[in-house]
Design a protein around this ligand. Structure first.
Ligand code: SF4
Length: 498
């Protein structure tokens, strides 16, 4: 039996399909919490699509055979709209999102709901599979549509499903891919029946669209310093070329393959073990800093269905800042924090408090500042009374990450990255995120959503509040310490204590 989701797995990675069917022991017992949130948001979006078909009847029941039976009955009764219609044809099985009886009263149009903001190639394979399977079960398919999120929609009052969702007719694209899909279905069925784990080169498929749950199995023999971790990443053509030669380790990459500046510096650091430091460039960068220094970091939440008025789907809602301030060189470090707690737009409260803390002079340091700048710009657009303040701090922002991203400081143990999570353990090994209950951005974001959810218990909400405060504070203190380490290159400053 090949289900719709099996087939999608096969299109993304044939090895995944085989492992999924034949090595259940390798699959995680529970779906990752962040992935669960993504799925939950998808279901939420689907319910808004249902609202566009008020006459819809649900065909889904617990037992899949009963779902097929109920679907057949509703189709025979010419029900105008069926939710979750289920079909089985030979060895294929699929459940569509919405089936609508066409105006001719004979054929049915298929509607799929996607939480993405556009139609992707993989979605066309998905729809072609649904067409082949439902037609195999005797359905006469008319048109095929995909609802996806309209990223221009701005919430104003209650969610308007017809504005939140955009409809795209993909009938012709699906027809175009139908024969190819039939061939792929045959291949997928053969893969499932195969006795041995299929060979599959590791290219881009392992972390797109989500990190594969089988990384632990497939990557167990990949060395830590592999061709996949070179700074700037190698494209698939180059990866294939190296794999053809049996090259997996960075140290074996021949000359001429890595051409980007950052990649070459990383390669050299790996091969020689030397730390690459461009003193003059770092000095030029650090001379741009002006006291007081404000080390700023935001955390955001970005649901597909906007929670509050004024937001677009997936637009970042800034709910937290951590701010470390140093008035002048050698001065005591001060820390400030803000974390919105209530079920309301967090931006105005956050902006009001931040405005009290950041003065008219001095540099605002961020790590990957385009993110903080974007949050500031959008908060200023939604609340014009703060537009000037945010514009001013954006004009005074300095990106501490740029020193690492530009390759002015390269250490082999950054593993080709420039994120704070890669740099901090090397420059400041006494500081670590690993002991924290929240230790990366996606979890922080989802946890805030849980914290403000009225259904979360007071005790759980308090724990999340404390975890978020600790996590965000480390982000800015890490910047303070990394700056100190950079200055030590020139013996410019001593260590700061919290
Ligand atoms: S880890 Fe990569 S190669 Fe392995 S099953 Fe997942 S996507 Fe395929």
């Amino acid at each position: 039996m090949l289900t719709k989701s099996d087939f999608i797995k096969f299109i993304q990675c044939k090895k995944y399909l085989w492992l999924f069917k034949n090595r259940k022991d390798l699959l995680p017992e529970e779906v990752d919490e962040n992935l669960q949130k993504i799925f939950a948001e998808g279901y939420k979006i689907e319910t808004y699509a249902y609202k566009l078909f008020p006459e819809g009847q649900n065909a889904q029941v617990e037992e899949f055979k009963e779902s097929i039976f109920k679907t057949t009955k509703l189709v025979e009764e010419k029900a105008p709209t069926i939710f979750q219609p289920t079909f089985s044809a030979k060895n294929l099985f699929c459940r569509c999102d919405i089936l609508k009886l066409a105006d001719n009263g004979e054929s049915h149009d298929i509607y799929e709901v996607k939480s993405s903001t556009s139609v992707k190639d993989i979605n066309i394979y998905d729809m072609a599979f649904q067409k082949i399977c439902s037609e195999g079960a005797g359905l006469k398919v008319g048109k095929i549509f995909i609802y996806h999120i309209n990223n221009k929609y701005v919430r104003a009052g209650e969610i308007e499903p017809d504005k939140l969702l955009e409809l795209e007719d993909v009938t012709d694209q699906v027809k175009h891919l139908e024969e190819e899909t039939k061939l792929q279905i045959e291949k997928a069925l053969k893969i499932i029946e195969g006795k041995d784990e299929p060979d599959q080169r590791i290219l881009k498929q392992c972390d797109k669209p989500y990190e594969c749950t089988l990384l632990g199995h497939c990557w167990k023999d990949i060395p830590k310093k592999s061709i996949y971790s070179i700074a700037g990443r190698l494209n698939e053509k180059k990866l294939n070329m190296l794999l053809d030669e049996g090259i997996v380790e960075i140290k074996d990459i021949p000359e001429g393959v890595v051409t980007s500046k950052a990649g070459l510096r990383h390669l050299n650091a790996e091969k020689t073990g030397e730390v690459h430091i461009e003193k003059d460039n770092i000095k030029d960068e650090l001379e741009k800093l002006e006291y007081p220094l404000y080390f700023l970091d935001y955390e955001t939440f970005y649901p597909g269905v906007p929670l509050f008025d004024g937001y677009r789907p997936y637009q970042h809602m800034t709910y937290q800042y951590s701010l470390h301030v140093q008035e002048k060189e050698g001065a005591e470090l001060k820390h400030y924090e803000y974390l919105a707690k209530g079920w309301e737009d967090p931006s105005p409260g956050l902006a009001k408090e931040l405005k009290k803390l950041i003065g008219k002079k001095g540099t605002v340091l961020a790590w990957n500042m385009s993110f903080e700048k974007g949050c500031n710009r959008e908060m200023g657009e939604r609340y014009p009374e703060f537009a000037e303040f945010f514009e001013d701090i954006n004009n005074r922002m300095f990106d501490l990450m740029s020193i690492f991203r530009k390759g002015f400081y390269v250490h082999k143990d950054f593993h080709g990255g420039a994120s704070i999570k890669k740099v901090l353990p090397v420059l400041c090994p006494d500081l670590s995120y690993s002991e924290m209950d929240i230790h990366e951005g996606a979890t922080a974001s989802n946890k805030w959503g849980d914290m403000i959810d009225p259904e979360t218990s007071k005790q759980d909400a308090e724990k999340i509040y404390n975890d978020l405060i600790k996590y965000c504070e480390l982000d800015t203190f890490a910047m303070v310490r990394i700056l100190e380490e950079l200055r030590k290159v020139f013996s410019l400053s001593s260590r700061t204590k919290r």
